[in-house]
Ligand binder design. Structure first.
Ligand code: 13P
Length: 252
């Protein structure tokens, strides 16, 4: 059985106190929830990771990073390394979010290096990818997704996939209120599993959790999560309110 995951990407939101408060509220809200085979993840900003890890202690909440640099150290002003994250108890990192690809020019090549570093360090990656609106309009979405996966991930070995979570986030659905229909999500997730099977094998493809991201809310979560190849969600806006995020967790 594949692991289900509900992950909140807080992006550039929540200061130290707000982060701690949100985690404490969430801790309380899910205390009695049976999270069978389900992981609950939050991704605060770098500066609030250490205090968030502390706040999440003795709970079902995992704290992960939104990004990291591929190098272990050196002259890379403003960056954070894998070892620095591990030293404060962060073992998982989101890589390749479309906002990083778009606003910070993160390339497939840089992402491939980041993935390698994550695996070398024994960490886990939530690898994000997804097409732009024009890609979908021109019916190029499958080709775009395939090339993002090939260029960013397919250099890894079959055994490494246990440390990879995929997050399909069509860019046109992020923060827009427009969600991919459950059918569109299922169609893409099945396609993704298919190309992983082709490149590796069925065991790898069947095992990897593929999350959907893009305007997931309590009102649409259940239908999206009901699709066989959708193993959870990467949530932006709705992860900032404990009631909404809990509603989404309960929908899984
Ligand atoms: P929204 O849920 O706000 O659309 O954001 C999705 C996202 O980018 C999660 O990484």
């Amino acid at each position: 059985m594949r692991t289900k995951i509900v992950a909140g990407n807080w992006k550039l939101n929540n200061d130290k106190e707000e982060s701690k408060k949100l985690i404490k509220k969430l801790k309380k809200a899910i205390k009695d929830t049976k999270l069978k085979n389900t992981r609950v993840i939050v991704a605060p900003t770098f500066v609030n990771l250490a205090s968030s890890v502390k706040a999440a202690k003795k709970s079902k909440i995992e704290v992960v990073a939104q990004n990291m640099h591929q190098a272990s150290n050196g002259a890379f002003t403003g960056e954070v390394s894998a070892d620095m994250l591990k030293a404060i108890g962060v073992e998982t990192v989101i890589l390749g979010h479309s906002e990083r690809r778009t606003y910070f020019n993160e390339t497939d090549a840089a992402l491939a290096e980041k993935v390698t570093t994550v695996l070398e360090k024994g960490m886990e990656a939530i690898f994000c990818f997804g097409e732009l609106l024009e890609d979908r309009k021109s019916e190029n979405h499958f080709a775009v997704v395939e090339s993002q996966l090939k260029n960013g991930l397919f250099h890894i070995e079959a055994k490494d996939w246990k440390n990879i979570i995929l997050a399909y986030e069509p860019v046109w659905a992020i923060g827009t209120g427009e969600t991919a229909s459950p059918e569109q999500a299922q169609e893409m997730h099945a396609f993704i599993r298919g190309i992983i099977e082709k490149q590796y094998d069925k065991k790898v493809a069947d095992k990897v959790s593929i999350l959907y991201g893009g305007s997931v809310k309590p009102a649409n979560a259940e239908e999206i999560f009901s699709k066989p190849d959708v193993d959870g969600g990467l949530i932006g806006g709705a992860a900032l309110k404990v009631e909404d995020f809990t509603g989404i967790i309960n929908a899984i």
